[in-house]
Write a protein that binds this ligand. Structure first.
Ligand code: DSN
Length: 420
């Protein structure tokens, strides 16, 4: 086997990586609510020789020899996650959030069972019952909605839906919901229907870890998450649950739905959890919330409407139904000035998912870069101006310049030794 530097061995991949580094560092104000930047120590764990080994099974119960260090690493990840989230049982093997949701459903349900989940355009995820996804195909989904007036999930509406549909499982937790989740309301609804309560905390797991969002335990029975969004770790998924579901969850993940775990990713998750236990991470999560409120203030100043009127967490959802632009046009105009957001459905959206009438904007990545409230308020105003006048090229040039200055000032990996 010949070892060569990537730049020599594969100049094409190397160049694309270098270009992506330049894009992340200098060409984009990253405001996609589900994205973040990981520190060098997580990149090191992920890019390690752990990729070389199969480790099917779980610590102490592997199907191959030679797994003693893999056991150590997986145990570290599980123990740390258990401590952070106050969970009884943890499975760190899901390759993604979707895989985690797949295994979580099948740990307690059979195909055809009834699930009550959120309407997709009210903040849900494809795996919460959308017809193009396995969840909508394999389970019998009914939906609950946000309240017309408050644009929040209200206790009485959830309980009413649970009584009406009598589900086997209720799923809460969202991809585009700017407000706190009321877990006790969902618990009451689940009790009404004698249903299992599952929560997908993928977006808010960093806030939960830091105590900046209420914990889903003890109200929820099974909790799923990704490990790369606000918690700022290696890309992947995780399932946490009460003791009585532990064996079923493990079996539903392996051997039912996955094979060998990605141990290099699990090492990255372990390192992430160690970081998330530090006081600095608590400060980070607090700052995310302050920054999002400041962003909302800037948007408000430019008269942009937000679903539910504001935010309690890491994101805002701008409702463009009364504006001249669609979500797609707003996303494109913002990309022209190097502000990266995503178009997103809003409740009662008249447009298709490819066009939409909303944009979702999050602050975890910019908070990692070190930006604080004054910057985020200014960015909110810049976004508002561009969305209100997407054809104004002089304005866009000015905003573009301001964005470049911000990217220069708040460096990311430049002095870290990370090359790509
Ligand atoms: N793609 C993620 C998001 O952007 O919210 C959800 O899986």
């Amino acid at each position: 086997m010949e070892h060569r530097d990537l730049s020599e061995a594969d100049p094409e991949v190397h160049e694309a990586l270098e270009n992506e580094m330049e894009r992340q560092e200098k060409e984009g104000l990253e405001m996609i609510a589900s994205e973040n930047f990981v520190p060098k120590q997580i990149l090191q764990a992920q890019g390690s020789i752990l990729t070389n080994k199969y480790a099917e099974g779980y610590p102490g119960k592997r199907y191959y020899a030679g797994c003693k260090y893999h056991d150590e690493i997986e145990d570290l990840a599980r123990d740390r996650a258990r401590e952070i989230f106050g969970a009884y049982h943890v499975n760190v093997q899901p390759h993604s959030g979707s895989q985690a949701n797949f295994a979580a459903y099948f740990s307690v349900l059979e195909a055809g069972d009834k699930i009550l989940g959120p309407v997709l355009s009210h903040g849900g995820h494809l795996t919460h019952g959308h017809h193009v996804n396995f969840s909508g195909e394999l389970f019998d989904f009914d939906t609950y909605s946000i309240n017309e007036e408050t644009e929040r999930f209200e206790k009485e509406d959830i309980i009413k839906a649970a009584k009406e549909h009598d589900p086997d499982l209720i799923v809460c937790g969202y991809s585009a919901y700017p407000r706190k989740i009321n877990f006790s309301a969902f618990r009451e609804a689940a009790n009404e229907a004698d249903a299992i309560l599952m929560c997908d905390i993928a977006h808010i797991s960093g806030l939960v870890a830091a105590g900046e969002h209420p914990s889903p335990f003890p109200e929820c029975d099974i909790v799923t998450t990704t490990t790369h969004k606000s918690i700022r770790g290696a890309r992947g998924g995780m399932i946490l649950c009460k003791e009585e579901y532990g064996d079923q969850v493990d079996k539903a993940l392996f051997p039912f739905s996955q094979g060998g775990p990605l141990m290099h990713q699990i090492a990255g998750k372990a390192v992430c959890f160690r970081e998330a236990m530090k006081p600095e991470f608590k400060d980070y999560a607090k700052q995310i919330k302050k920054n999002t409120k400041a962003l909302a203030e800037g948007l408000r100043r430019e008269d942009l409407k937000m679903v539910s009127g504001g935010t309690d967490n890491h994101l805002v959802l701008v409702d463009l139904r009364e504006e001249e632009v669609t979500g797609k046009e707003a996303e494109e105009a913002l990309e022209d000035v190097n502000i990266i957001v995503n178009k997103n459905m809003v409740p009662h959206d008249p447009e298709s998912p490819r066009i939409t009438s909303g944009i979702r904007i999050g602050t975890p990545a910019l908070t990692t870069r070190g930006m604080e409230e004054d910057m985020l308020e200014k960015i909110g105003e810049m976004i508002g101006k561009v969305v209100n006048s997407p054809e104004d090229e002089a304005l866009k040039d000015e905003v573009h310049e301001n964005v470049s200055e911000l990217l220069e000032e708040f460096e990311l990996y430049e002095n870290s030794g990370v090359r790509y």
